[in-house]
Design a protein around this ligand. Structure first.
Ligand SMILES: [Mn+2]
Length: 355
């Protein structure tokens, strides 16, 4: 079954029904096309509606798809309306989490006499289980990220700013074959480590500080996501204790990954370990998130997600402890759930690295 067939089946699409796709990651997943525009699809038809800038690209990236080009006075939705009319579509499923209120009004005007109903995340449901080819691309993205970290380690010196370190890491990932970055790299040193999503600053990295690096390459459309916290010189006993606690939580929870496991229960285990070490309230985010074409996908390892892990789920395990005025530690691997349990795609050392 193709990805499109799987998605139409999950959405329960039958004859006389059509689907509009606006979300870029869903457009890429279903068609391979990475430009702007929308998809108008249904049983027996698949069309990319785009403009002059992207028509050739769409034809190259999505062989077998019908590509339509908008012209002056003819909107994307008007072309979708022609496709739907040609296939007797009376009901259109659309992404109500993507379309703005204004563009929904335009859709209703440009595609008249059809009923609009929410698609309810059918493509995202299909995307939860990664195909072997998708896992291979994520493995490549993780491998580039790990090799980049390995290559820059001996260049991290006291006096270097967080921004300089970010640039070095980003440059090295691109140099090693990343297509782009999966997200903005986080570099947090010393007291900045207590900010889980710190923005790299002009602060100089000093001896005795820990440095949290959260980063990932993107390859073939797929994201890597990894975090390592390093020490520049010997860390304080308190920071060492925090590191050991986070490492124990990370390794324990990673080893719990398996098909059928409840997401919230894995998150609870990390909290038990961290709270038990005296850091209750210092781990204020979820334990992990699925990752793929988008950096944050579902399911999530959190208190509010009671979904079961399935074979082919790719998910991060990233506990952290954050203490304002002191610093923080986070350790993160991107893993794949296999029939035999979790397998990490990130092979960088997790034991504390003291530079
Ligand atoms: Mn992450």
């Amino acid at each position: 079954m193709t990805r499109l067939e799987k998605t139409l089946q999950l959405a329960g699409v039958g004859a006389g029904e059509g689907v509009l796709i606006h979300k870029p990651s869903n457009i890429f997943y279903l068609s391979g096309y990475t430009g702007e525009g929308l998809l108008a699809v249904g049983k027996g038809f698949k069309t990319i509606v785009t403009d002059f800038r992207y028509t050739e690209q769409a034809e190259r990236q999505a062989p077998g798809w019908n590509v339509m080009m908008v012209e002056k006075g003819v909107s994307h939705a008007m072309l979708a309306a022609r496709v739907f009319a040609a296939h007797g579509v009376k009901k259109v499923l659309y992404e109500d989490d993507q379309v703005t209120v204004r563009s929904f009004e335009a859709l209703k005007k440009d595609i008249p006499q059809v009923e609009f109903v929410p698609l309810n995340g059918a493509p995202e449901k299909a995307r939860r289980i990664k195909e072997p080819g998708e896992i291979k691309l994520m493995e490549e993205a993780c491998d580039i990220s790990c090799r980049a970290l390995d290559r820059i380690l001996n260049q991290i010196k006291p006096g270097m700013t967080e921004k300089q370190l970010q640039l070095l890491l980003d440059y090295t990932m691109m140099d090693l074959g990343a297509d782009s970055l999966a997200f903005n790299t986080i570099v947090a040193s010393g007291v900045n480590g207590s900010l889980p999503h710190a923005i790299p600053s002009d602060k100089k990295i000093e001896k005795g500080e820990m440095i949290t690096l959260d980063f990932g390459a993107k390859k073939g459309g797929y994201c890597a996501d990894m975090t390592r916290t390093l020490a520049l010189g010997t860390p304080s006993p308190e920071m060492k204790k925090i590191y050991d606690t986070v490492l124990l939580a990370q390794e324990t929870c990673e080893s719990m990954l398996a098909p059928g496991k409840v997401c919230s229960e894995i998150d609870s285990e990390a909290r038990r370990i961290i709270d038990g070490a005296g850091y209750a309230g210092r781990f204020g985010h979820g334990l992990g998130h699925s990752v793929g074409i988008d950096i944050h996908e579902s399911p999530r390892l959190s208190q509010v997600c009671h979904d079961l892990l399935e074979e082919g789920t790719t998910i991060t395990v990233e506990p952290g402890i954050y203490v304002p005025g002191l610093g923080g530690v986070r350790i993160e691997n991107t893993c794949v759930v296999t029939a035999n349990g979790g397998r990490t795609l990130v092979h960088a050392q997790k034991a504390l690295l003291i530079l």
